[in-house]
Design a protein around this ligand. Structure first.
Ligand code: 26Q
Length: 822
């Protein structure tokens, strides 16, 4: 009842207004005379946050009281984006806030843009984690996220002279209303040191990890509102702080500076997110981040478990841990260490607890993305964990040996330790051995990892340990919030908003797909969204694009396997085709705006050259009057979550054109189709299942199949490269200097020739061009296009992250919703 005094209860515009003013005066200590947009955003955010707190506290108190089984989603990345708009929708107070903010002389939509994105992730994997937290909260699953509170999120991209440059993303510059520092929740994390033996209370010999350096982890909680529920989820992020003890040895030796320097180093542990997507960098600091994250999270989980005084053997009945890729895999040896070294359990009992607790999601088959850590580095930083990993491996190999007697090749292949100099720890194998269930993220991907990466493990464990859970996206952010006009049209048509939490209801739109009035309403919404994007492009880049043109969009991290290069090469081909036409013929073409966006890892030279080529081509094409604006090329800088919310609703076509078998799932494909955009894609990842759900006639698919790729590569290697003649013409024009100094692009062009064209651009080029022609022809028939667009949205129910999270809860976590009553 004491909460009644502080929690705002009234959500009418006048009450909201006074709450905002209250925060302006108290929280911000400002008067109305010097209120700028940023301050107004902050005051508004604080007043919304007050309205979330009651739900957060109710949920956490109820969980504490009832102590149901919980799941912890461990992820080094959470790509959340902005929080204010999302919270307003979840609380159903946006309308009134609009009015209150208006009364105070500001525009709410303007204020929303003042918020900095929480960009603590690289791309798909981090955004997936954010969608899953939204769905877990919305469906009342007792699930917490654990992650790191990086001071710098993914870098800001700027384009200078066509090249990507990077700027730091210091997102915590101003106060962040969406986090709660928990100064009372701190744990110590050790690095380095040595292993000793000791005799414990029971008289048994145990190992102990001693000495070394210690760092402190402090918790910050980020509330995750659920939609239409009293329940509120949480992501707990760890920040490294210097230990509040002083190194008196250094101090006495007069080495004050060194002592302070060490404290600073400790703080820097969580400074920066590694900006590599689908690529391993074997940096010591990254390994330390991973252990720091795992150690703090497990200490916190165990602290909570111990409060209930359950026996250790019940741990897996109270705790499920999902590892988002291998990045948190050190949790496996860490829990084993805690149970054996500190809690005094026997190895086998401890190992049973460990393997009943953890599950592991694999997100990639790319060899360069598979985490491996050198044994010497691991030994130096985590000496006891290295011993435990050796033991885990030894016992595992002994069991395998018993089943496959004398199969030394198998043992070598399946070993957690890869031989070589230096030896390496294969984190994916450690994660498999330490988990009860392993899942891939789309049907094809799960098949591929069963067939290749984890094939030997299936021989030993059998097939049941390896399952598929196809990814999903939250319809709240990616339709309800990002596309208000489509949201309202759908709601009016279906008669309620229930689709936002039961996305299968969208299939109710199918019966309107041929309805002329509905079609024109649908088309009008798409047009408006294209205008909105065109306006953004004009305002921010000065480029004019025509909303009547076909908007063709590829936005995602820049990577060779995603083949943005193939896309820009086909754009150049289109440009050359236009150049060959008469003015009359040109005027008959379907106008196109080709939009690119995405960041390249700062050290990824070839990916950065692709960005340069796109911008060089854009320069020439956009300024060529002779093609009558039939083609425009735009590279949108600094693609991020909040830009995606503007871009995604505006596509006619979006491209998902990875070499077959390389994109584990893709999730932006789902976002575009949910918003009535058609896909031009390869037979890869979730594209396949999207096609199955919406119907083959509503998706443009091309290219070789994943099971052909290996043979083709083999053939090209031994019988010479295939060069598509159309592609050759395009390459020639680049080399002739049509798009600026050709020497710049030499290394890029080489990937297609001497480099062996590993991603099969030349092999797929012809069918890719053909599909582009088919897209143009289909687009001419506006009526049939709109119908396809409607059928796209209508068929997307399956790809809700609500469905995905339910599957995790049922098949892996054995977790039930825990409803908090008002
Ligand atoms: C590992 C070690 C050291 C430094 C960085 C990394 C690292 C970081 C990020 C390795 C991989 C990633 C990101 C991977 C990723 O985003 N994978 C994507 O996951 C999506 C969600 O499942 C899928 O849809 C995409 O297909 C997949 O590429």
């Amino acid at each position: 009842t004491w909460k009644k005094h502080i929690v705002p209860e009234k959500n009418d515009p006048a009450s909201i207004e006074s709450d905002i003013v209250h925060h302006t005066i108290t929280t911000l200590c400002r008067g109305v005379y010097n209120l700028d947009k940023l301050a107004m955003y902050q005051a508004t955010a604080h007043s919304v946050r007050d309205r979330l707190l009651e739900d957060w506290n109710l949920t956490q108190e109820a969980l504490h009281r009832e102590n149901p089984k919980r799941c912890y989603y461990m992820s080094m990345e959470f790509l959340i984006g902005r929080a204010l708009d999302n919270a307003l929708h979840c609380l159903h107070v946006k309308k009134n806030y609009n009015q209150s903010v208006d009364n105070l002389g500001f525009s709410l939509e303007d204020l929303l843009c003042e918020e900095k994105d929480a960009a603590l992730g690289n791309g798909g994997l981090g955004r997936l984690a954010a969608c899953y937290m939204d769905s877990a909260a919305t469906q009342d699953y007792p699930t917490w996220g654990y992650g790191l509170r990086y001071q710098y999120g993914i870098f800001k991209q700027m384009i200078k002279d066509g090249y990507q440059t990077e700027m730091p993303d210091y997102w915590l510059n101003f106060d962040n209303p969406w986090e709660f520092p928990r100064a009372d929740i701190r744990y110590e994390v050790r690095f380095h040191g040595y292993v000793a033996t000791k005799i414990n209370e029971k008289g048994e010999t145990r190992m102990t990890w001693e000495g070394g350096d210690k760092v402190q982890a402090m918790a910050y909680d980020v509330p995750i509102p659920g939609f239409d529920t009293k329940g509120c989820g949480n992501i707990r992020l760890w920040s490294s702080k210097p230990l509040n003890t002083f190194d008196f040895d250094s101090f006495n030796a007069g080495d004050y500076e060194r002592s302070v320097a060490e404290q600073t180093a400790a703080q820097n542990l969580t400074s920066v997110l590694y900006p590599n997507d689908n690529h391993l960098v074997g940096k010591e600091l990254r390994l330390k981040q991973e252990y720091f994250f795992v150690s703090a999270s497990l200490q916190d989980i165990i602290h909570r478990f111990k409060r209930a005084k359950c026996p250790w053997k019940d741990f897996p009945d109270k705790v499920a841990v999902q590892m988002n890729d291998t990045h948190p895999t050190l949790a496996v040896p860490e829990l084993q260490r805690i149970l054996v070294d500190i809690e005094g359990l026997e190895w086998d009992d401890a190992w049973d607890i460990v393997t009943r607790t953890f599950a592991f999601t694999n997100h990639t088959v790319l060899p360069e993305a598979l985490e491996c850590w050198s044994v010497p580095m691991m030994e130096k930083i985590l000496p006891r964990h290295m011993q435990i990993i050796y033991d885990i491996n030894l016992f595992f190999l002994q069991k395998v040996e018993k089943v496959f007697v004398g199969d030394r090749d198998l043992l070598k292949r399946i070993s957690i330790i890869e031989e070589g100099s230096p030896q390496q720890v294969r984190m994916a194998f450690l994660a498999v051995v330490g988990s009860h269930t392993v899942n891939g993220v789309a049907a094809l991907h799960s098949d591929l990892i069963r067939k290749h990466l984890f094939n030997d493990f299936i021989k030993y464990y059998g097939p049941d340990k390896f399952i598929n859970i196809t990814n999903g996206i939250t319809p709240r952010r990616w339709l309800y919030q990002a596309n208000p006009d489509l949201r309202d049209l759908i709601t009016t048509t279906l008669g309620s908003e229930d689709w936002a939490t039961k996305l299968d209801l969208l299939k109710g739109l199918k019966k309107f797909a041929d309805d002329t009035k509905f079609q024109s309403q649908w088309a009008a919404v798409k047009y408006k969204n294209k205008e909105r994007l065109a306006f953004w492009i004009k305002a921010n880049m000065g480029i004019t694009v025509n909303p009547d043109a076909l908007f063709d969009i590829q936005v995602k991290r820049i990577h060779e396997y995603k083949r943005q290069y193939m896309n820009i090469l086909s754009v150049i081909y289109r440009y050359q085709s236009l150049k060959k036409m008469s003015a009359e013929d040109i005027s008959q073409q379907v106008p196109r705006v080709v939009i690119f966006g995405g960041k390249a890892a700062p050290g990824y030279y070839i990916a950065k050259l692709v960005i340069k080529l796109i911008n060089s081509a854009a320069q020439v094409i956009n300024n060529d009057k002779s093609i009558q604006d039939m083609l425009k090329v735009v590279f949108i800088p600094d693609y991020n979550v909040s830009l995606a919310e503007i871009i995604v609703p505006a596509s006619d076509i979006s491209q998902h054109i990875s070499t077959a078998g390389t994109e584990a799932s893709g999730t932006s494909n789902m976002k575009f189709v949910l918003n009535g955009g058609l896909i031009l894609g390869t037979v890869d990842g979730a594209n396949i299942e999207i096609g199955e759900q919406i119907g083959a006639e509503n998706i443009f698919m091309f290219g070789v199949l994943s099971d052909e790729v290996e043979d083709i590569r083999h053939n090209q290697k031994y019988h010479g490269l295939f060069m598509d003649p159309s592609l050759q013409v395009v390459i020639d024009s680049i080399q002739a200097g049509q798009f600026g100094d050709p020497s710049i692009f030499g290394p890029l062009i080489n990937t297609l020739t001497y480099g062996g064209d590993y991603y099969l651009i030349s092999v797929d080029f012809k069918s890719y061009l053909q599909k582009h022609t088919e897209v143009d022809e289909t687009y001419r028939d506006k009526k049939s296009w709109v119908k396809k667009s409607i059928m796209c949205t209508a068929g997307m129910g399956f790809f809700s992250s609500d469905r995905a999270v339910c599957e995790y809860a049922d098949k892996i976590w054995k977790l039930k919703p825990f409803k908090v009553e008002a």
